[in-house]
Design a protein around this ligand. Sequence first.
Ligand code: GLC
Ligand code: GLC
Length: 814
Amino acid sequence: MRYGHFDDARREYVITQPDTPLPWINYLGNQAYFGLISNTAGGYSFYRDARLRRLTRYRYNNVPLDTGGRYIYLRDDRSGAYWSPSWQPTRGRLDEYECRHGMGYSVIESARDGIRAETLYFVPMGHNLEVWRTTVTNERTEAAELSLFSAIEFCLWDAWDDAVNFQRNFSTGEVEVADGVIYHKTEYRERRNHFAYFACSEPVASFDTQREAFLGPYRGWDTPIAVERGAGSDSVAHGWAPIGSHHVRLALQPGESRTVIFVLGYMENPDEDKFDPPGTQTINKRRVVPLLREFLDPQAVQAAWEALRAEWDALLGKFQVQTPDEHTNRMVDIWNAYQCMVTFNMSRSASYFESGVGRGMGFRDSNQDLLGFVHMIPQRARERILDLAATQLPTGGAYHQYQPLTKRGNDQVGTNFNDDPLWLVLAVAAYLKESGDLSILQELAPYDNQPGTETPLYEHLQRSMQYTLDRLGPHKLPLIGRADWNDCLNLNCFSTTPGESFQTTTNIDGVTAESVFIAGLFVLAAGEMAQIADLTGEHDQAARYRTAGQEMTAAVDAAGWDGEWFRRAYDSVGRPVGSRWNEEGQIFIEPQGMCAMAGVGVADGRARQALDAVGERLATPHGVVLHQPAYTEYHLRLGEISTYPPGYKENAGIFCHTNPWIMIAEAKLGDGDRAYDYYLRINPSAREGISDVHRTEPYVYAQMIAGKDAPTHGEAKNSWLTGTAAWNYVAITQWILGIRPEHAGLRIAPVMSGAWDGFTATRVFREVTYHIQVERRGPGNAVALTVDGRPIAGNVVPLPLPGCAEVRVEVALG
Ligand code: GLC
Ligand code: GLC
């Protein structure tokens, strides 16, 4: 069942039914001011940090679901009937409804009893504010007298404190109202120099800033007394719950439309210039007034919206394809790339499953996210790499997380996730291949943010590699530490205390438990390091990394192979995990994907065998599960993985992040049909028709789809913020379509489905636009390249001469 449809020409998903299985959301903002918005106008806004600078309040896990947002009410002043044009929060009848989620904006349009309302929500580029542009049209044959109300609820800035500290917070709320503009200034009189403002383009008939005055005692957002009555009470909040609501009266002739603009924004004043006049407690509004003049004007709003759309055209224009498959086209051209950008901005902080108050930026997460956006914004990828390197420890290890505002490592979570540092090598390699900017290797970055400890980035990479080599276990495989990629495989933890964190509790020093997955990752990273060392002329080092990779491969050969697939790990007493000798958890996806991607077992057929085992034991129609059999009971020596009910999350769920590793591995082994089959199984667009089963948005990937052991097999959770976005983008663009940036040029090595006769692509690479046309001539994957009309040996398009802007590439495949 569907709840809408894709409009690819406009790069929108159009939701035609408001009661989607779960709220289907979008993101506003791309720089510093951000918002989450659902298809019924739920959600919230924040400046930079979803916890510490939360502008509007949002109650997670609310009843009804997704209550609280950017609300507009319409009231027919003749009959007294009122409704929400976004359906929530009144949830009354609408004669028509449509929500269009686009690139950085959403439009919600509906009609009831001949009154049409359309609201566009977006954040103008370069500004710390959001615009709501509402157009109300009278489609009746007679004149209409209407009241329009806006409504938001302010958060008292720190979203965590706001949700727990009521003994204080019910007394601190403060607002100012001036010229119809509502200013939220809680704590401005003391240590804060920031405030929020909420303005309206029309003269206001009334307003409210105290929640209870607007809603009425014991009422909810679905029945505000001010709307019922047809007038606000001009309330000024002192403590309790400051809100912002404007009331505008509209008299519309038949056929007449009126546009009302609302602006919600964040502003900082210098400490010495906070008050106006100085010496009072009144906010200095001089920085707000010109912005309001600009953005309360319909023409400026239209221009800002067009600029936003042009920005997305440019970003997405870096890679566009036309293949025979619409699911591939719209994910590559639009939604997968868009999700990669959102994930870059948000890391794992704010979604409808991440509450914005919890996790900082993950070290391994951010490095992997980079793989999906580096081609769109290489400059920001460069900054991100240097931020990440600065949180690395002198040992080469890494804080597992760091805080986005301070950019410092998070002591509470600490370190010793032994895969972490290796992802930095993959991220830097991807950046170098994309940009050719070797200068980043010489950029100085400190360790643990300590001034005086700076070394070139290149040394950070060396220490990352050495970190693994310094921590090898009894089988010469890497020690796992607290956990590797699978945060829930906790082999050194042994937790018996309810609520204790599996990730931060380590009960033994861990000189025994080893990870075959990290071994595979190390081999992959060693290959990248060898190439980087060669590029910088350090051929001895390159040779050493190659040797280290071979030695690790030998260790996997000796102790990592179970007979039909790669083992997952060895536990704290040296017993295998992910082996036919186990009763549960006999085979895991991660080492099959990672080892094959790294080339381990490719030459001798074991990689093929391992991937066949994945196909037989782990693949389901909804994607490939993490392991089998699922753990049915709690295993003290395995940790959190066995706490989840079978089929969910890390206990044999379809953890979508890992599926592209299998796609890439299949492509590496030359099986385009299988790679593509796995790709389509979790492709959100291809799952649109089963939205009642899948339940999350059909335009973005979710972290997890319930596995075959779960009663809700096929149901997705944790949409939007997941490494799935970046890795699927890499799998489809670089390995299945085969357009792969490399140090020496753009490699074109498609491993596409046998059912395709070809495809075309446009790829901007190092500021040159490549027009690529691939045609199938035979069944295999051999490539014959013609570049600007001339045949070229091999499958790497060499870098063109400086000044060349466009290159035409024809590819005969078969
Ligand atoms: C979550 C974490 C990620 C981890 C994965 C598997 O997505 O953000 O770091 O690799 O779970 O446990
Ligand atoms: C929880 C999540 C897992 C995540 C981990 C670390 O265990 O289930 O996905 O990786 O926390 O944040």
